[in-house]
Design a protein around this ligand. Structure first.
Ligand code: SF4
Ligand code: SF4
Length: 345
């Protein structure tokens, strides 16, 4: 199994690593048994890295079930979304307990927004807790994750972070301008999230070959079952990059998608009214957008009818839109869909 050195952490990590969102039964994972099978199979194959977060619902708990007997085989990265010292310390204690371990290898500031920088990096902020935890041996390395590339670039220059995690794929190309070369020059480990743009791209081989064209370390991908795991592992050992012709074709193929589509990251959850927003926005919306009810297939009409019952419970509190890293107009899309399906008998 191909391994890479993760920047100055000096950890030898498998090039492909397991993302923690579908390891949660509430964020795409089928059930605890399937999640357990997926994680065990990945470790059996030699995958030695899993990434999760305190906010991925029961993901840490499910990972902990496997870690209680296989901890030595796996490097664990998790994240805290808290922005102050006390919040991070409480999160860390919870994570250690849920993951059934006494140390986190890489502990990351989760999804940093520009307006949060001064709180996180300032006195009494999250970073102080990360450093304290490192001094006390509760974590080994400090990482940063964000969808805001300019935030990452600015914070990488502080020298505080050993790793950075960011979305990178053929339509999210901002990291290629400065982030990747800066990471290399500072020997900061790089973890790529959303290599398939949240499952929108289905040609895994092509997506991995795209990433092979750049000096990035780990490809993180979430898989929900053994078939998806096997499909990913088929292409992990391939070191070839896309040729310039293949890249051009790929760019032309994805151009109609634009950029404002749902990546199924589930950051918009939980909804106070238990609406499964990613299913609505990622699966149903692209199928019905701009269409008349009469033109939909029977399957789409049926799916819409049952899902609209959920949507009707939306009180437009706006919490989901605040959390969506892609600033998608979720409420507007909900109203478009309600309008289309208002014609249903
Ligand atoms: S706006 Fe609607 S869908 Fe979004 S979190 Fe609030 S209730 Fe849920
Ligand atoms: S709506 Fe936004 S936050 Fe929710 S799953 Fe889609 S991209 Fe992620």
């Amino acid at each position: 199994m191909r391994k890479v050195r993760l920047g100055r952490t000096n950890l030898e990590v498998t090039r492909w690593a397991l993302g923690g969102i579908p390891l949660s039964t509430m964020m795409g994972g089928k059930d605890e048994e399937t999640i357990n099978q997926v994680l065990n199979a990945a470790l059996d194959y030699g995958i030695n890295f899993v990434d999760t977060s305190r906010v991925y619902m029961d993901s840490e708990t499910n990972i902990g079930e496997v870690m209680k007997t296989r901890r030595k085989e796996c490097i664990i990265a998790t994240k805290s979304h808290s922005r102050d010292y006390d919040g991070v310390m409480t999160d860390l204690e919870e994570s250690l307990k849920e993951l059934q371990t006494d140390k986190i290898d890489i502990y990351q500031v989760h999804e940093l927004y520009p307006e949060e920088i001064s709180t996180v990096m300032g006195k009494g902020g999250a970073l102080e807790a990360f450093k304290k935890a490192k001094d006390q041996g509760m974590i080994d390395f400090i990482g940063l994750t964000s969808h805001h590339v300019s935030v990452m670039v600015e914070q990488m220059k502080t020298g505080e972070f050993d790793t950075v995690m960011f979305p990178f794929n053929v339509i999210e190309r901002e990291p290629e301008k400065e982030l990747i070369s800066l990471a290399r020059s500072k020997d900061i480990g790089t973890l790529v999230m959303k290599p398939l743009a949240g499952g929108v791209f289905t040609n895994i081989e092509k997506c991995f070959k795209f990433l092979n064209g750049y000096p990035v370390d780990i490809i993180l991908n979430g898989v929900a079952n053994l078939d998806e795991l096997k499909e990913n592992l088929k292409y992990v050992e391939n070191t070839e990059a896309l040729t310039s012709e293949e890249l051009k074709e790929f760019e032309e193929e994805v151009a109609p998608l634009g950029k404002d589509f749902c990546r199924r990251c589930s950051y918009c959850l939980p909804c106070p009214n238990d609406i499964l927003i990613p299913i609505m926005i990622n699966i149903l919306y692209p199928q019905v957008k701009g269409r008349n009810y009469e033109d939909l297939t029977d399957k789409q009409k049926k799916m819409g009818k049952s899902l609209m019952l959920w949507w009707q419970a939306c009180e437009e509190c706006g919490q989901c839109e605040e959390k969506c890293p892609y600033n998608l107009p979720i409420i507007k899309r909900k109203n478009e869909m309600l309008e289309i399906f208002s014609k249903a008998e």
